[in-house]
Write a protein that binds this ligand. Structure first.
Ligand code: BT5
Length: 262
Protein backbone atom coordinates (compact mmCIF):
# COMPACT_ATOMS: atom_id res chain seq x y z
CA UNK A 1 0.00 0.00 0.00
CA UNK A 2 1.28 3.53 -0.73
CA UNK A 3 2.62 5.40 2.29
CA UNK A 4 0.04 8.21 2.13
CA UNK A 5 -2.83 5.71 1.89
CA UNK A 6 -1.41 3.77 4.85
CA UNK A 7 -1.22 6.92 6.98
CA UNK A 8 -4.77 7.96 6.00
CA UNK A 9 -6.03 4.49 6.99
CA UNK A 10 -4.18 4.78 10.33
CA UNK A 11 -5.82 8.15 10.96
CA UNK A 12 -9.32 6.84 10.31
CA UNK A 13 -8.78 3.85 12.63
CA UNK A 14 -7.63 6.34 15.29
CA UNK A 15 -10.60 8.68 14.78
CA UNK A 16 -13.11 5.81 14.93
CA UNK A 17 -11.90 4.86 18.43
CA UNK A 18 -11.54 8.43 19.76
CA UNK A 19 -14.15 9.80 22.16
CA UNK A 20 -12.98 13.24 23.31
CA UNK A 21 -14.39 16.74 23.49
CA UNK A 22 -11.31 18.52 22.21
CA UNK A 23 -8.07 16.62 22.80
CA UNK A 24 -6.66 14.88 19.73
CA UNK A 25 -9.60 15.69 17.46
CA UNK A 26 -6.91 16.74 15.03
CA UNK A 27 -4.28 14.05 14.48
CA UNK A 28 -1.18 14.34 12.29
CA UNK A 29 0.51 11.04 11.50
CA UNK A 30 3.94 11.11 9.86
CA UNK A 31 6.05 8.41 8.37
CA UNK A 32 9.04 9.75 10.33
CA UNK A 33 9.87 12.76 12.52
CA UNK A 34 12.77 13.44 14.85
CA UNK A 35 10.52 13.39 17.93
CA UNK A 36 6.75 13.82 18.17
CA UNK A 37 7.32 15.83 21.37
CA UNK A 38 9.76 18.17 19.62
CA UNK A 39 7.32 18.59 16.73
CA UNK A 40 4.46 19.74 19.00
CA UNK A 41 6.71 21.89 21.18
CA UNK A 42 7.89 23.71 18.03
CA UNK A 43 4.30 24.72 17.22
CA UNK A 44 3.78 26.64 20.49
CA UNK A 45 0.17 27.71 21.10
CA UNK A 46 -0.91 26.27 17.71
CA UNK A 47 -0.39 22.78 19.13
CA UNK A 48 -3.14 23.08 21.77
CA UNK A 49 -5.19 19.86 21.73
CA UNK A 50 -3.27 18.56 18.72
CA UNK A 51 -2.07 14.97 18.60
CA UNK A 52 0.86 13.85 16.49
CA UNK A 53 2.23 10.37 15.80
CA UNK A 54 4.97 8.83 13.69
CA UNK A 55 5.78 5.34 12.44
CA UNK A 56 9.42 6.00 13.38
CA UNK A 57 11.37 8.70 15.20
CA UNK A 58 14.93 9.53 14.24
CA UNK A 59 15.67 11.13 17.64
CA UNK A 60 13.12 9.76 20.12
CA UNK A 61 13.69 11.28 23.54
CA UNK A 62 13.48 10.01 27.09
CA UNK A 63 13.75 11.93 30.35
CA UNK A 64 16.93 13.59 31.60
CA UNK A 65 18.59 13.59 28.18
CA UNK A 66 18.11 9.86 27.54
CA UNK A 67 16.89 8.44 24.24
CA UNK A 68 13.89 6.30 23.27
CA UNK A 69 14.41 3.52 20.71
CA UNK A 70 11.87 4.31 17.98
CA UNK A 71 12.95 2.36 14.94
CA UNK A 72 9.49 0.98 14.15
CA UNK A 73 7.35 -1.74 15.71
CA UNK A 74 6.08 0.68 18.34
CA UNK A 75 3.51 3.41 18.77
CA UNK A 76 5.05 6.87 19.12
CA UNK A 77 2.74 9.79 19.74
CA UNK A 78 2.29 13.05 21.66
CA UNK A 79 -0.50 15.42 22.56
CA UNK A 80 -0.50 19.00 23.76
CA UNK A 81 -2.70 20.64 26.39
CA UNK A 82 -2.79 24.09 27.88
CA UNK A 83 -1.60 23.74 31.47
CA UNK A 84 -3.39 26.63 33.16
CA UNK A 85 -2.58 25.47 36.67
CA UNK A 86 0.67 24.26 38.25
CA UNK A 87 -1.33 21.25 39.49
CA UNK A 88 -1.98 20.06 35.98
CA UNK A 89 1.69 20.34 35.04
CA UNK A 90 2.71 18.30 38.08
CA UNK A 91 0.04 15.65 37.69
CA UNK A 92 0.15 15.22 33.90
CA UNK A 93 2.72 12.37 34.09
CA UNK A 94 0.46 10.52 36.54
CA UNK A 95 -2.66 11.16 34.45
CA UNK A 96 -0.87 9.89 31.34
CA UNK A 97 0.33 6.72 33.09
CA UNK A 98 -3.18 5.99 34.40
CA UNK A 99 -4.65 6.66 30.93
CA UNK A 100 -2.31 4.07 29.41
CA UNK A 101 -3.39 1.53 32.04
CA UNK A 102 -7.09 2.38 31.44
CA UNK A 103 -6.62 1.70 27.73
CA UNK A 104 -4.64 -1.49 28.39
CA UNK A 105 -7.42 -2.86 30.62
CA UNK A 106 -10.03 -2.03 27.97
CA UNK A 107 -7.94 -3.94 25.42
CA UNK A 108 -7.71 -6.95 27.77
CA UNK A 109 -4.06 -6.30 28.65
CA UNK A 110 -3.78 -7.16 32.34
CA UNK A 111 -0.97 -7.21 34.86
CA UNK A 112 0.65 -3.86 34.04
CA UNK A 113 1.92 -1.48 36.73
CA UNK A 114 3.79 1.81 36.94
CA UNK A 115 7.37 2.28 38.04
CA UNK A 116 7.39 5.85 39.36
CA UNK A 117 7.11 8.26 37.73
CA UNK A 118 5.73 6.78 34.55
CA UNK A 119 7.31 3.66 33.12
CA UNK A 120 4.63 1.08 32.42
CA UNK A 121 5.83 -2.44 33.16
CA UNK A 122 4.63 -5.99 32.91
CA UNK A 123 6.62 -8.58 34.85
CA UNK A 124 9.28 -5.93 35.58
CA UNK A 125 9.85 -5.25 31.86
CA UNK A 126 9.28 -1.78 30.41
CA UNK A 127 6.64 -1.60 27.69
CA UNK A 128 5.83 2.11 27.76
CA UNK A 129 7.77 5.30 28.40
CA UNK A 130 6.21 8.73 28.95
CA UNK A 131 7.88 12.11 28.59
CA UNK A 132 6.12 15.33 29.68
CA UNK A 133 7.69 18.60 28.61
CA UNK A 134 6.37 22.14 28.73
CA UNK A 135 7.05 25.40 27.00
CA UNK A 136 5.29 28.41 28.50
CA UNK A 137 1.71 27.46 29.22
CA UNK A 138 1.70 24.46 26.87
CA UNK A 139 2.49 20.96 28.03
CA UNK A 140 3.32 18.14 25.66
CA UNK A 141 2.95 14.53 26.75
CA UNK A 142 4.76 11.96 24.62
CA UNK A 143 4.07 8.26 24.91
CA UNK A 144 6.03 5.40 23.39
CA UNK A 145 4.41 1.95 23.49
CA UNK A 146 6.36 -1.12 22.40
CA UNK A 147 3.89 -3.09 20.31
CA UNK A 148 5.45 -5.65 17.98
CA UNK A 149 9.20 -5.81 18.66
CA UNK A 150 10.80 -9.15 19.49
CA UNK A 151 13.14 -10.05 22.37
CA UNK A 152 15.92 -10.20 19.76
CA UNK A 153 15.21 -6.60 18.71
CA UNK A 154 15.67 -5.41 22.30
CA UNK A 155 18.75 -7.58 22.80
CA UNK A 156 20.44 -6.04 19.77
CA UNK A 157 19.44 -2.55 20.97
CA UNK A 158 21.00 -3.42 24.36
CA UNK A 159 17.73 -2.84 26.21
CA UNK A 160 17.61 -5.78 28.64
CA UNK A 161 14.68 -4.35 30.62
CA UNK A 162 12.44 -3.69 27.58
CA UNK A 163 9.56 -5.77 26.27
CA UNK A 164 6.69 -5.37 23.81
CA UNK A 165 3.01 -6.25 23.98
CA UNK A 166 3.64 -8.95 21.36
CA UNK A 167 6.05 -10.67 23.75
CA UNK A 168 3.11 -11.07 26.17
CA UNK A 169 0.79 -12.36 23.44
CA UNK A 170 -1.07 -9.12 22.74
CA UNK A 171 -1.61 -7.65 19.27
CA UNK A 172 -3.83 -4.58 19.69
CA UNK A 173 -4.68 -2.23 16.83
CA UNK A 174 -2.09 0.45 17.64
CA UNK A 175 -4.21 3.32 16.29
CA UNK A 176 -7.27 2.32 18.30
CA UNK A 177 -5.03 1.93 21.36
CA UNK A 178 -3.58 5.41 20.74
CA UNK A 179 -7.11 6.88 20.55
CA UNK A 180 -8.21 5.15 23.74
CA UNK A 181 -5.15 6.47 25.62
CA UNK A 182 -5.93 10.01 24.42
CA UNK A 183 -9.59 9.55 25.39
CA UNK A 184 -8.74 8.49 28.94
CA UNK A 185 -6.08 11.20 29.20
CA UNK A 186 -8.63 13.90 28.40
CA UNK A 187 -11.10 12.49 30.94
CA UNK A 188 -8.44 12.48 33.66
CA UNK A 189 -7.10 15.94 32.72
CA UNK A 190 -10.60 17.44 32.92
CA UNK A 191 -10.92 16.08 36.49
CA UNK A 192 -7.54 17.58 37.48
CA UNK A 193 -8.61 20.94 35.99
CA UNK A 194 -11.72 20.77 38.16
CA UNK A 195 -9.53 20.21 41.22
CA UNK A 196 -10.68 16.59 41.58
CA UNK A 197 -7.28 14.99 42.04
CA UNK A 198 -8.13 12.37 44.68
CA UNK A 199 -9.27 9.68 42.24
CA UNK A 200 -6.17 10.13 40.09
CA UNK A 201 -3.84 9.91 43.08
CA UNK A 202 -5.53 6.84 44.51
CA UNK A 203 -5.66 5.09 41.10
CA UNK A 204 -1.99 5.91 40.60
CA UNK A 205 -0.93 4.69 44.05
CA UNK A 206 -2.88 1.45 43.51
CA UNK A 207 -0.86 0.54 40.43
CA UNK A 208 2.52 2.00 41.43
CA UNK A 209 4.98 -0.88 41.82
CA UNK A 210 7.59 1.42 43.42
CA UNK A 211 5.62 1.64 46.68
CA UNK A 212 6.75 -0.74 49.41
CA UNK A 213 10.09 -1.45 47.67
CA UNK A 214 13.64 -0.63 48.70
CA UNK A 215 14.75 2.03 46.23
CA UNK A 216 17.68 4.21 45.27
CA UNK A 217 16.95 7.69 43.91
CA UNK A 218 20.02 8.84 42.02
CA UNK A 219 20.46 12.63 41.93
CA UNK A 220 23.15 14.73 40.24
CA UNK A 221 24.80 15.23 43.67
CA UNK A 222 24.34 11.82 45.28
CA UNK A 223 21.90 9.07 46.18
CA UNK A 224 18.94 8.73 48.50
CA UNK A 225 18.11 5.23 49.75
CA UNK A 226 14.77 4.33 51.24
CA UNK A 227 11.49 2.47 50.92
CA UNK A 228 8.88 3.87 48.53
CA UNK A 229 6.22 5.11 50.98
CA UNK A 230 3.83 7.33 49.03
CA UNK A 231 3.22 9.50 46.00
CA UNK A 232 2.20 12.95 47.22
CA UNK A 233 -0.30 15.46 45.80
CA UNK A 234 2.50 17.04 43.74
CA UNK A 235 3.30 13.72 42.08
CA UNK A 236 6.56 13.37 44.04
CA UNK A 237 7.77 10.02 45.34
CA UNK A 238 8.08 9.97 49.12
CA UNK A 239 10.90 7.79 50.41
CA UNK A 240 11.04 6.55 53.98
CA UNK A 241 14.75 6.92 54.79
CA UNK A 242 16.89 6.56 57.91
CA UNK A 243 16.66 10.36 58.21
CA UNK A 244 12.88 10.49 57.85
CA UNK A 245 10.60 11.04 54.90
CA UNK A 246 12.09 12.68 51.79
CA UNK A 247 10.06 13.63 48.70
CA UNK A 248 11.86 13.44 45.35
CA UNK A 249 10.87 15.08 42.10
CA UNK A 250 10.79 13.25 38.75
CA UNK A 251 12.72 16.07 37.08
CA UNK A 252 15.78 15.48 39.26
CA UNK A 253 16.17 11.77 39.99
CA UNK A 254 16.62 8.46 38.24
CA UNK A 255 15.06 5.66 40.23
CA UNK A 256 16.20 2.08 40.57
CA UNK A 257 15.55 -0.78 42.89
CA UNK A 258 18.14 -1.72 45.47
CA UNK A 259 18.32 -5.15 43.79
CA UNK A 260 17.78 -4.27 40.13
CA UNK A 261 15.69 -2.28 37.70
CA UNK A 262 12.40 -2.00 39.64
C1 BT5 B 1 11.06 7.51 28.95
O1 BT5 B 1 12.21 8.10 29.38
O2 BT5 B 1 10.72 6.39 29.20
C2 BT5 B 1 10.22 8.41 28.07
C3 BT5 B 1 10.06 7.87 26.69
C4 BT5 B 1 9.08 8.68 25.89
C5 BT5 B 1 9.02 8.26 24.47
C6 BT5 B 1 7.95 8.99 23.70
S1 BT5 B 1 7.75 8.35 22.08
C7 BT5 B 1 6.78 9.70 21.62
C8 BT5 B 1 7.41 10.92 22.26
N1 BT5 B 1 8.45 11.48 21.45
C9 BT5 B 1 9.64 11.43 22.03
O3 BT5 B 1 10.71 11.86 21.54
N2 BT5 B 1 9.54 10.83 23.24
C10 BT5 B 1 8.16 10.48 23.53
P1 BT5 B 1 13.17 7.49 30.48
O4 BT5 B 1 12.39 7.18 31.73
O5 BT5 B 1 14.28 8.46 30.56
O6 BT5 B 1 13.64 6.13 29.87
C11 BT5 B 1 14.61 6.09 28.85
C12 BT5 B 1 15.35 4.79 29.03
O7 BT5 B 1 14.48 3.69 28.67
C13 BT5 B 1 16.54 4.66 28.10
O8 BT5 B 1 17.71 5.17 28.70
C14 BT5 B 1 16.64 3.14 27.90
O9 BT5 B 1 17.30 2.53 28.99
C15 BT5 B 1 15.19 2.70 27.96
N3 BT5 B 1 14.58 2.59 26.62
C16 BT5 B 1 14.88 3.27 25.48
N4 BT5 B 1 14.07 2.91 24.49
C17 BT5 B 1 13.24 1.96 25.00
C18 BT5 B 1 12.17 1.21 24.46
N5 BT5 B 1 11.74 1.35 23.20
N6 BT5 B 1 11.54 0.33 25.30
C19 BT5 B 1 11.91 0.18 26.58
N7 BT5 B 1 12.91 0.86 27.14
C20 BT5 B 1 13.56 1.76 26.36
Amino acid sequence: MRADVLLKEAESRYLRALDTQALGREMRIFDEVDSTNAYLLSLGADAENLCCAALRQSAGRGRLGRSWASGGGGLYFSFCVKAETPDLLLLLPLAAACAVLDAFREAGIEGAGVKWPNDILIEEKKLVGILCQSRGAYAVTGIGVNIAQSAADFASAELPNAASLAMFGHAPDRWALCARIVTHAERRIVLVREGKTDALLSDYRACCVSLGRRLIAVKADGEIRGVGADVDEKGRLVLETEDGRIAVDSGEVKLRGEHGYV
